[in-house]
Design a protein around this ligand. Structure first.
Ligand code: AMP
Length: 216
């Protein structure tokens, strides 16, 4: 099965871009962070195991991530857009063994810009719609446009957890740039661009690797 990888520092917008691309090309979108949070909310065994790790901002053990992937990947999917996976070299090797990865996109964003985006991010406590108090505010402050419930800060968008997540990013995930570069499949994009032009650039990168039958 084909897989496309989007990675970058927390707050780089990989979730938004992966969702847009997956819809456009009819691939399954796998956002590991969301999948982990769903396990926590559903109080599953795996959710109990990862809850404190996620809240502290550290990375969840590779084996647990592989177990979760086994549960959520649709074997019938045309392909998969991964967002938040891989985050370590061991995960990248696991991925390369199972999937054909022709395209990996690194969303490049400064730490300052990423911090600003994360501290201004708000998530609906009920339907999980995401907002940003600066770039994408809700119509009424603190209230979800979709379902009218209260918006909140994610548990791991606190200053301490953000610091720890950045450390984990530079230590574990940043080396993936070189890993994918050596495979000849790395493309860097400027993640400070607004959502639409960046989505268009990512789609044209996809078209440069795969045959696109329809225009975006
Ligand atoms: P995210 O929503 O992508 O920022 O992920 C939230 C948290 O989930 C991270 O801080 C990690 O604790 C955990 N997580 C997400 N993806 C992975 C992964 N590929 N490997 C290990 N932990 C992960």
């Amino acid at each position: 099965m084909d897989a496309i990888v989007l990675f970058g520092i927390q707050g780089s917008g990989k979730g938004t871009q992966a969702l847009l691309l997956s819809k456009q090309i009819s691939y399954q979108h796998i956002n590991i962070g969301d999948a982990l949070r769903m396990q926590v909310s559903a109080h599953t065994e795996l959710g109990q195991e990862v809850k404190t790790v996620i809240e502290s901002g550290s990375l969840v053990e590779d084996d647990l991530i592989f177990r979760l992937l086994g549960q959520i990947i649709d074997p019938q999917a045309k392909g998969i857009v991964f967002d938040g996976f891989p985050r370590t070299i061991a995960q990248a090797e696991y991925l390369s063994k199972i999937y054909r990865v022709k395209l990996s996109i690194y969303l490049d964003l400064s730490e300052d810009a990423a911090t600003l985006r994360m501290t201004s991010r708000r998530v609906c406590s009920f339907c999980k719609s995401t907002y940003n108090t600066i770039s994408h505010p809700p119509r009424e402050e603190g209230i979800c446009d979709q379902c009218g419930k209260a918006l909140e800060l994610r548990n791991d968008d606190t200053k301490d957890a953000i610091h720890k997540r950045f450390e984990a990013f530079y230590r574990e995930t940043f080396p993936l740039i070189e890993y994918f570069e050596k495979k000849g499949i790395l493309h860097k994009v400027d993640a400070s661009l607004p959502i639409e032009p960046l989505a268009a650039e990512i789609y044209s990168l996809y078209c440069s690797k795969y045959l696109c039958h329809t225009e975006s």
